[in-house]
Design a protein around this ligand. Sequence first.
Ligand code: C2E
Ligand code: CA
Ligand code: CA
Length: 540
Amino acid sequence: MLDSLSDGFMSIDRSWRFTYLNHTAERYLQQARQNLLGRDIWQCYPDLVDSGYYRVYQHTAATGLPGRHTDYYAPLDTWFEARSFAHDDGITVLFRDVTREHEHAAQLEFEASHDYLTGLANRRKCMEALSHAVAEAVSPGFTHGATLAVLFIDLDHFKEVNDAFGHAVGDELLRGFAKRLLAIPEPAFFAARVGGDEFVLLLRDTAESAAEAFAHAVLSELAVPFEVWGRSISLSASIGIALLREVPDSAEALLSHADTAMYAAKSSGRFQVRAYDGALDRGMRDRLALRMDLREAFAANQFELHFQPEVALTDGSPIGAEALLRWRHPERGLLTPDAFLDVLLDSPYEGVLVEWLLNAVCQHIRAWRRLGVSVPRISLNLSARQLLGEGLADRILHIARAHDVSPAMLDIEVTEDSLVSDIEQATSVLAALKQAGIFTSLDDFGSGYSSLSYLVRLPIDTLKIDKSFVRALVDSEKASAVIRGIVGLARSLGMNTIAEGVECQSQAEELKDAGCDFIQGYLVSRPLDSEAFAEFMLRR
Ligand code: C2E
Ligand code: CA
Ligand code: CA
């Protein structure tokens, strides 16, 4: 009967000699019973001496109480669960192999605390580790000055990358990034992926400058292209840093400070590192307040347009202007878009703004006409969602007609990044605009995912060369080569080029040499209010 048990069964007498082993015990121990019977268990299995099993068996023999112990037994590479019972002549032990269950449990624990994609810790584990590190850092042995740093990393435009290249490529990029994170020298002692494209790193004993240096190392790693399925893709990220100061913060507060700093890095232009300070919280509060003020802004007519002239490089003659939004805020004065645009575009007023913008532009064109000023063309900026809104071309035609303005006086600027999210739809909207006789420009060209494969297909009239290239012109051969490349490319695709952010004569000259058609920037004029712009046009 004992031989038919699926558990191992053995009897041991009061002098620790085997008196019986069943078949299963023979199999588990990989020994025939005649080799063991009558011999001392501790001599046969010296590794067991002082082990957990040893203590439990001794305890059962001494007290008569049953015992139970599970442990890894290295010589047999097996996890055994053993239960011991006392009887008059010694003890019996029932034991079974629990290796599979144990590995399964370990696997479950790993999966519950790790991110399946990258193998890094997940959000739950991150909070655990952070709480633990905070508790440790504020314990009595903690030395001030050296401290705990939290880095919150959010990849820039990752959604667009996913949309453009597919999720499989996105996953591969995340895995590749995780691997590089772990390979940065003097590594973070803890790394987690806490959201789709959000990572958290913990650094111990770091000063702010060291944490910043580490964050910059992360950015450099990202800038090196990832080779994924024959494509070469580089990424950028925005990184927020929060340090545990002398006043102990909670793990939650620390993480949220790092998160706030990350947002600040994002809104100041991405590919940036920001450390948290109290002013950032005020910044967040300001934004909330602005959001509240938006309703009032439209009703009370607080938005206005300024116009920045664009001129031909050949003879300086004006070709028109770009309409730039301003908010005359009752308490804060005249605000430029960097102070409010993301709040506005993220509000229910995003759609309303398009109609407001078109009406305002057409009204200005008519007002100038009455003054005898003819303005060839005004360009307006639209966000991706504004561009993809219902029947844009028809709405524009309708408003233009109502003001007796020709559609050919209007130019719609969109950024390449905003097109990537739904390139098919964007292409057909741009084609509809063109069909309606409205001009189109690709804004900030070169600052995002300039992909030639879709540039060729886009019905675009003008490429606007991003100001970062223009700024780099004076002391960089490369920038000049890039601009020549863009101009040549635009020309071969039948597009014009306009360089923005031109601030000095030498930049203008280089652009002219490169064959660029038009310029816009402080060298020509700052953005002007409607009246000043009319005067500018009259003078020219
Ligand atoms: P953008 O389309 O790239 O517009 C050019 C920005 O560069 C303007 O900033 C302009 O004032 C600035 N700028 C012009 N010349 C120079 C120069 O020589 N040097 C330097 N450093 N900067 C120069 P602004 O007016 O603050 O606009 C910022 C951004 O806000 C615009 O960038 C545009 O993307 C967005 N924006 C402006 N108006 C609207 C709008 O009505 N609708 C939407 N959706 N976005 C708008
Ligand atoms: Ca623009
Ligand atoms: Ca631009």
